[in-house]
Write a protein that binds this ligand. Structure first.
Ligand code: ZN
Ligand code: ZN
Length: 363
């Protein structure tokens, strides 16, 4: 990962925002900017230098992982060290921070650590995270890792097709999937595995329960792995036993909506346009109200990142963004269906990173 290039790009954003510095405390942002993966750190960036603050537990790890920033070991909270360092730099006027990841208590502590002349005006809450704007567009290394993580997901799904049978409890399905994920090299799951069967499939976020899989009904699996820090995310819905006409027709509507969403992905379109491409299919089939969430989200070091693929989102897709396309239909008391792929935006379209089968599978 080219941390020097990322820091250069962040410096330009800091200067453009009229700031003398930036304090970064959100750990995925710190990992992205510096490579540091510890659980206690703050990064201070100015137009001339960059410094990572962490505590004594991480002396060796920081030396190993961080090359693009100078490392300083502190005994107090790393963010306080970062803020004090920024205030002491020549020409320090104003340092930005990300209010989405700063508690009221932390801000009070930072201010208390500043000289009284700087307490009122030195720290500025930024309306949008500068680091997250950079993180939206992945570089080649990141896309290669995410494609690998997505393929691990596809292999897990194939494995599960041979494992799933009526009578197994949902938690057994989740346990097998997570066990196999670890065997395939996953650092961890990227979120709590969703296994929802029968009428429970109508819960968009049904966590695996002790319910046994029915002889007949849908089963939704929504899961992802973390590989080298990067998350994968995919959903497939299969049918146990033979589906009736309503089940089959509804599945085909969701699949058509999903394919329309994927087909709409290309550089330059707005997120709202992609959302609408999927939503229009479900609206045509009288299922608009049953599609109760947005079409997708960015994914990367975190499972949910910018951009959001939803109605009213004017952000335009750029090559290198990695998003999900995951329309769903939820009919309470009956069943639910969701199909989700990860898609990398290219200059001319979208590359599906999760090529597992999507035609309705009967088990
Ligand atoms: Zn998902
Ligand atoms: Zn998702």
């Amino acid at each position: 990962m080219d941390h020097y290039r990322r820091i250069g790009a962040l410096r330009r954003k800091i200067t453009r925002a009229g700031l003398s510095g930036l304090v970064v405390t959100h750990l995925p942002d710190i990992r992205y900017m510096s490579g540091f993966t510890g659980s206690s750190a703050a990064l201070a960036v100015t137009s001339r230098s960059v410094r990572l603050f962490t505590d004594g537990r991480y002396t060796a790890q920081a030396a190993e992982e961080v090359s693009a920033a100078k490392v300083e070991i502190v005994s107090g909270p790393p963010a306080v060290g970062a803020v004090q360092w920024l205030a002491a730099q020549p020409g320090a006027t104003m340092a930005g921070f990300d209010p989405a990841w700063t508690t009221v208590a932390e801000l009070a502590r930072w201010k208390a650590a500043l000289p009284s002349s700087l307490r009122r005006s030195f720290l500025a809450a930024l309306p949008a995270s500068l680091v997250q704007q950079l993180r939206r567009v992945k570089d080649e290394d990141e896309i290669a890792i995410m494609a690998e993580a997505a393929l691990v997901g596809c292999r897990l799904f194939e494995h599960m097709l041979g494992f799933i049978r009526p009578g197994l409890r949902e938690i057994e399905v989740a346990a097998e999937l997570e066990y196999q994920a670890r065997l395939q090299g996953a650092d961890a799951m990227s979120f709590e595995t969703i296994v929802a069967s029968g009428a429970r499939s109508a819960l968009p976020h049904g966590r695996a329960s002790v319910s046994p899989l029915p002889r007949k009904g849908f089963l939704t699996l929504d899961f992802g792995v973390i590989l080298k820090g990067y998350c994968s995310d995919m959903t497939r819905t299969v049918h146990l036993g033979k589906p009736g006409k309503a089940e089959r027709d509804t599945y085909n509507s969701v699949l058509e909506a999903q394919l329309a969403g994927v087909a709409a992905v290309t550089s330059g379109v707005t997120c709202a346009e992609v959302d609408e491409a999927a939503r229009a299919v479900l609206r045509r089939d009288g299922l608009a109200d049953a599609f109760s969430h947005s079409t997708g989200h960015g994914v990367g070091l975190e499972i949910h990142e910018q951009p959001r693929i939803g109605a009213g989102q004017s952000t335009r897709l750029l090559p290198g963004m990695v998003i999900t396309i995951e329309p769903g239909v939820y009919l309470p008391g009956k069943f639910g269906i969701r199909i989700e792929d990860m898609v990398a935006v290219t200059a001319t379209g979208g590359q599906v990173l999760t090529p597992a089968p999507k035609a309705l599978i009967e088990l």
